[in-house]
Design a protein around this ligand. Structure first.
Ligand SMILES: Cc1cc2nc3c(=O)[nH]c(=O)nc-3n(C[C@H](O)[C@H](O)[C@H](O)COP(=O)(O)OP(=O)(O)OC[C@H]3O[C@@H](n4cnc5c(N)ncnc54)[C@H](O)[C@@H]3O)c2cc1C
Length: 555
């Protein structure tokens, strides 16, 4: 059956399958299933629905993805909201106002809901529903998509907008069920919030999330104990109320600014340096770094010199400056030293942004526990036990991040051609062609998939770009009367080589992080993020299409 005939069938409503004397769940037919209603999935529904029938399936009971799930205190973006927003609709750009420079979770969730209503997306989104299993039927080039509510959908294409930071990384220690208090994960935070007053709170994890949450919790709790495995580098976020002039300037210049963003890292507000750290005297270096620290532009410190991310010696200068700042703020020298990262370069893991994180350690009700030297071994009835002590707590917050990049896809049982499962295919780490497709899993596209620039670029704008790119591939398929698109194993290997080789030019190679899966014990694979820059990534994608779909097999 050709695609258009299938569409007629869809419009003719769903087909009831009768097995023997019983009626099983109805099977629905559609053109495209989009998984996830975060910013990528919402835009995918809008873009693809123009020409195709689309069903979007979302696990949460609301839209917004990251900004639906992460309701922990202090959750906010570290990219300015005038940039971290959709570009696909000029009226939307003009009508929306961000109250702050770096928006907090409630405003981002409000924006996602506004977009869903404004573009009437909800009618094609099924909330509180999880895609649990998918099998590819190679005889008809269709995916069978199974969902947690027992539904079975047959579609030609699947667009997995499942998020690269959406699968919670839950700590493995035993005894969880014995703890008498409450355990919370920051990405599964209750909508009604948590009352910390009078409580002894333990927070495990000091990455971006832990750094945002802790200062707010410390203000409410009786005591906050922070369990730190690896200290993070963080700089002041510079968040402030939006000023009308800044907003108007952006609204007047959006088309040009969006272009600039795509030729950069999805951002345009950072000043790009032209000179190496080694071209300055120590006094000049210091002056530039001080300016970066107070720039109110989240990542400016990484752009103090043009070689911070590529030259270890240049990076050391910036890292030592950041350590001096920590020592200057935190009064207790032992705590200050514990907070100083010394085992990896600054920027090797994504630089964090904070509002009073280091200052918080000067409070009497906050203590820092080093679990690198005495690791956590168990939850207990009363709290947490480390290798050398037990800590009594009322609430334990696990700010332990994500099974990043691959986690959400790995949690779906996916079977491609010849019965191969994605779990087997990725057993030693993910493989993809250009981050979009996996060989042996035809007609399945990923947004922000493994080996795309991911968090190395602003993810709304670059997500829109990826959805448009997938849309173009689908359009080409349909206009060419084609039925199946797959990637070749050779193309996957070439892309893996490209991803690993560019990572060797950057200081990222010196850091264990979620970029290379090293945040999780035993997770296999190499570099999962393309650090060659978004413009180069987009150029390579474009070149592959222009070269008659190089690295793809279409039939
Ligand atoms: C705390 C935090 C702060 C961040 N700050 C920034 C920032 O400042 N700048 C930036 O560029 N990026 C930031 N990010 C990254 C952020 O994830 C992206 O910017 C963006 O929101 C990703 O959108 P998405 O739609 O691709 O994925 P997500 O927002 O993660 O959405 C994926 C959706 O898919 C759903 N899903 C997954 N699997 C299934 C399934 N099997 N069935 C049904 N539904 C499923 C999930 O429930 C989720 O709602 C941040 C991430 C976090 C966690």
């Amino acid at each position: 059956m050709d695609f258009r005939a299938a569409k007629l069938l869809i419009k003719a409503d769903c087909i009831k399958i009768i097995k023997g004397n019983s009626v099983t769940n109805s099977i629905e037919h559609t053109d495209i299933v989009v998984i996830g209603a975060g910013f990528s999935g919402l835009y995918a529904v809008h873009r693809l629905r123009k020409d195709y029938a689309v069903i979007c399936v979302e696990a949460g009971d609301g839209v917004g993805g990251t900004w639906y799930w992460n309701r922990y205190p202090g959750a906010r973006v570290d990219i300015e909201s005038v940039e971290y927003s959709y570009s696909f609709d000029k009226t939307l750009e003009q009508e929306w106002s961000w109250p702050e420079y770096f928006s907090a979770q409630p405003d981002l969730e409000r924006y996602a809901n506004h977009v869903a209503d404004r573009f009437d997306l909800r009618k094609d989104i099924r909330l509180s529903t999880i895609v649990t299993r998918m099998t590819f039927d190679a005889t008809i080039d269709r995916w069978n998509v199974h969902t947690s509510d027992g539904k079975h959908i047959i579609c030609k294409y699947v667009v997995a907008a499942t998020g690269s930071l959406s699968a919670a990384n839950t700590p493995p220690w035993p005894g969880r069920e014995t703890f008498k208090g409450q355990i919370l994960h920051t990405t599964e935070w209750p909508r009604e919030g948590i009352d910390f007053s009078g409580k002894r709170v333990g927070q495990i994890g000091t990455g971006s999330t832990g750094i945002q949450a802790a200062p707010i919790i410390a203000r409410e709790a009786a005591h906050l104990t922070i369990f730190q495995r690896t200290p993070a580098f963080s700089m002041p976020s510079g968040n402030r109320p939006m000023d009308a002039e800044h907003e108007q300037d952006w609204k007047a210049n959006y088309p040009a600014r969006r272009q600039e963003m795509l030729s950069n890292y999805g951002v345009s507000l950072m000043t790009r340096p032209e000179r190496s750290a080694h071209e300055y005297t120590p006094e000049e270096q210091r002056a530039i770094l001080e300016k970066g620290w107070t720039s109110k532009s989240a990542f400016q410190l990484m752009l103090a010199f043009n070689d911070v991310m590529t030259d270890k010696a240049a990076n050391d200068i910036v890292a030592e400056f950041a350590r001096e700042k920590i020592r200057g703020i935190v009064k207790d020298p032992v705590t200050a030293e514990l907070l100083c990262p010394k085992t990896y370069p600054i920027g090797g893991k994504r630089l964090c942004n904070d509002a009073g994180y280091y200052e918080m350690y000067n409070r009497d009700n906050v203590s820092l526990v080093d679990v690198a030297t005495a690791p956590i071994v168990a939850f207990t009835e009363k709290g947490l036990r480390t290798a050398d002590a037990e800590y009594e707590l009322d609430i334990i917050i696990t700010a332990t991040g994500f099974d990043a990049v691959t986690g959400a896809m790995a949690r779906i049982a996916i079977e491609g051609v010849n019965g191969q499962t994605l779990a087997d295919k990725w057993a030693n780490g993910p493989t993809t062609h250009l981050g979009f497709m996996v060989a042996g899993f035809p007609n399945l596209f990923m947004v922000h998939g493994p080996m795309t620039p991911g968090a190395q670029a602003q993810m709304i704008t670059t997500g829109e770009w990826q959805v448009d790119f997938i849309g173009r591939i689908i359009d080409d398929m349909e206009q060419g009367g084609l039925s199946r698109i797959d990637a070749t194993v050779e193309a996957e290997q070439r892309w893996a080589d490209e991803v690993q080789s560019v990572s060797q030019f950057t200081i990222h190679r010196f850091a264990d992080s979620w970029y290379n899966g090293k945040n999780i014990d035993g997770k296999k694979g190499g570099f999962m993020i393309y650090v060659g820059g978004f413009p180069r990534f987009a150029e390579l994608c474009e070149e592959a299409i222009q070269a008659n779909y190089e690295g793809f097999l279409r039939s």
